[in-house]
Design a binder for this molecule. Structure first.
Ligand code: G6P
Length: 606
């Protein structure tokens, strides 16, 4: 999704803005641009395509110590030079960058046209530039007044050539974070763009407008009332935003997972009471016992993690749990019950639909816990309690380490709730032990990479594939198929293996490689018959299993044998093999793995 960076200080702004834009690239974008004020003049450079195209267009030196920059992910209007941000008014006095969607842009555009102002781009953002320019007086007053007329979501930054050195930012539904520097101030839509310059940040809340100068800032509401803000410290280290010697962020993050799980588990396993200790829930044991059901909400991989988590909790705590895509949930006028515990799951903590679902539940009086990675994010701040994942920043658009960390948090919650209900101390102790050993098992799983790389060639020529699994293995199949689609662009359809004969068998042939997850459990014989059904139709097969079963070898072209772990944790292990498989297939196909087409890291619009 779009990214914003803004700088005011004493240094040359252009290189700082360009560096910030590079840090925002991972979010997904299709054009970019910067505006710099110098000597009461704003110079703007923009380009469709990658940042390299913009870089080529920049003169060797652009004077000016105040400016704004943007990476755009097209929503209103094609990804062209003209539609790229920043947008200016006709006299080039105001320049503005904007994330989000202005819903009444066409009505506002008509009003502008009636007064003789013609918009040159197809974007909703340009409307803001013209409206801001129609106000005389301080830019901050113009921003407040214009935003009162705007319906929709925005994170924005604007500059005015008549107030050099000052930047006005505002937020409604799309994140903007202030970075407090030494004699300089920054703003960005994402921590990654700030980490190099400062460790001290302030999150703007919806309905707030701030003015930044090199030496300070003020935050007010749209009605010009002062807002009291306190700063927080960045939790991630600068090097966590690097590739760390790997050729892709995705590869680094897959290989980080043993360490990530270690961090997710740190201080949370309680050997004395054979349970998990989760500090931030804001719920006592007595409150937790009141809940009769759990509903998990998230989008994309977070939703699939929620499906896997639902199985874990249901199995260990014997509570009915279901997961639902956050957007579907919020639009179907859901019944919110006091006896249901709601859990929202989000890596970024900024996904628009997940945030909207959270607000809908709270509006109807429900209690919501968050499983969130990004510290201080909007969802993290708005939930009633929660568990931070501590996975570190995830840069790759395709989620891997955050997904694995989400599953680890669910295993902790399942253990904690299980031990509050009727799980025996012995089972609890076995779970604590299994979780403690999980990082080592993940390390062992990552050792399967050479074998998986060889199998990747076998799948890379396919145009359509099936991913199959039963019960606990089905969400793993969904997430594995998602990974393949996202980065290799090969069609992958996940099905519960039990549903094969109710539809997909019609498509199974020698041209459709099938991947089946067969955990060693009481359903293994059933999964074996599914494998046989596929084999009979001549489909190439890959089996992921921890079972020592000769029939699997006889029926499969390839078998990936995973380390044996506690049954609850099997989805974590098999999931990692599917991440490696998707990565190596995409590599063989020479895909742009860290910038998959049409996808954004964090979807902050509807
Ligand atoms: C986007 C990303 C997915 C991610 C989903 C939810 O679609 O491409 O990888 O799973 O958003 O993101 P969240 O930050 O809420 O976990």
């Amino acid at each position: 999704m779009c990214g914003i960076i803004a700088y005011t200080g004493t240094k040359s702004a252009a290189p700082i803005l360009m560096d910030g834009l590079r840090k925002l690239e991972y979010r997904g974008y299709d054009s970019s641009g910067i505006s710099i004020i110098n000597r009461k003049r704003i110079r703007t450079f923009k380009a469709a395509g990658k940042l390299l195209v913009l870089e080529d267009r920049l003169p060797d030196e652009i004077a000016g110590a105040c400016g704004i920059g943007h990476t755009r992910w097209a929503t209103h209007g094609a990804p062209t030079d003209i539609n790229a941000h920043p947008h200016m008014d006709e006299s080039a006095r105001i320049s503005v960058v904007h994330n989000g969607i202005i819903e009444n842009a066409s009505a506002l555009r008509k009003q502008l046209e009636n007064s003789g102002i013609i918009c040159v781009s197809e974007t909703d953002t340009e409307v803001l530039a013209h409206l801001l320019a129609s106000h005389r007086g301080p830019l901050i007053d113009a921003v407040r007044s214009v935003l009162k007329k705007v319906q929709g979501t925005y994170g924005l930054a604007a500059i005015d050539k008549d107030s050099p050195g000052s930047i006005v930012i505002a937020r409604n539904g799309s994140p903007v974070i202030i970075g407090i520097g030494d004699g300089e101030m920054l703003a960005a839509s994402d921590m990654s763009a700030l980490a190099r310059h400062t460790r001290e940040v302030i999150h703007l809340d919806d309905g707030e407008v701030a003015e930044l100068t090199a030496t300070g800032f003020t935050v007010t509401t749209l009605d010009a009332q002062p807002s009291t803000k306190s700063s927080s410290q960045l939790t991630s280290e600068l090097e966590e935003y690097d590739k760390g010697g790997y050729s892709h962020y995705l590869h680094r993050e897959i290989h980080d997972q043993d360490n990530v799980v270690l961090k997710t588990l740190r201080g949370r396993l309680d050997t004395r009471f054979s349970t998990a200790h989760l500090g931030g829930l804001n719920l006592h044991a007595r409150d937790l016992l009141k809940f009769k059901r759990i509903k998990i909400l998230g989008c994309g991989s977070a939703y699939y993690a929620g499906m896997a988590g639902a199985n874990m909790i249901e199995e260990l705590a014997r509570l009915p749990v279901s997961a639902e895509p956050a957007a579907e949930f919020r639009y179907r006028n859901p019944i919110i019950e006091a006896e249901t515990l709601y859990i929202v799951v989000s890596q970024s903590g900024e996904t628009f639909d997940t945030l909207a679902a959270l607000r809908e539940v709270q509006r109807k009086g429900g209690f919501v816990l968050g499983i969130v990675n990004s510290v201080g994010s909007t969802i993290a701040r708005e939930v009633n309690g929660g568990v931070y994942m501590h996975a570190g920043p995830e840069v790759s658009v395709a989620s891997t380490k955050a997904y694995t960390s989400m599953l680890t948090v669910f295993a902790l919650i399942a253990l904690m709730l299980g031990r509050l209900r009727d799980m025996s101390p012995q089972r609890g102790s076995a779970m604590v032990h299994a979780l403690d050993e999980l990082p080592q098992h993940i390390k062992d799983t990552l050792q399967l990479e050479d074998q998986i790389e060889k199998i990747a060639g076998f799948m890379a020529s396919a145009t359509s594939t099936f991913y199959l699994g039963r019960t606990d293995a089905f969400p793993v199949a969904l997430e594995g198929a998602q990974k393949l689609k996202e980065i290799s662009y090969i069609h992958a359809e996940a099905y519960p293996a039990s549903e094969l004969k109710h539809g997909p068998l019609a498509l199974i042939s020698i041209d459709t490689p099938c991947l089946i997850i067969l955990p060693d459990n009481e359903l293994l014989p059933k999964s074996l018959s599914s494998l046989e059904e596929i084999r009979t139709r001549g489909a190439p097969t890959i089996s992921i299993t921890d079972a020592d079963n000769e029939q699997i070898d006889a029926l499969s072209d390839h078998v990936i044998r995973t380390p044996r772990v506690d049954s609850i944790l099997k989805p974590i292990i098999s999931g990692i093999t599917l991440q490696l498989l998707a990565y190596h297939i995409a590599l063989k196909l020479d895909r742009d793995i860290d910038q998959p087409r049409n996808l954004a890291k964090s979807v902050t619009v509807e």
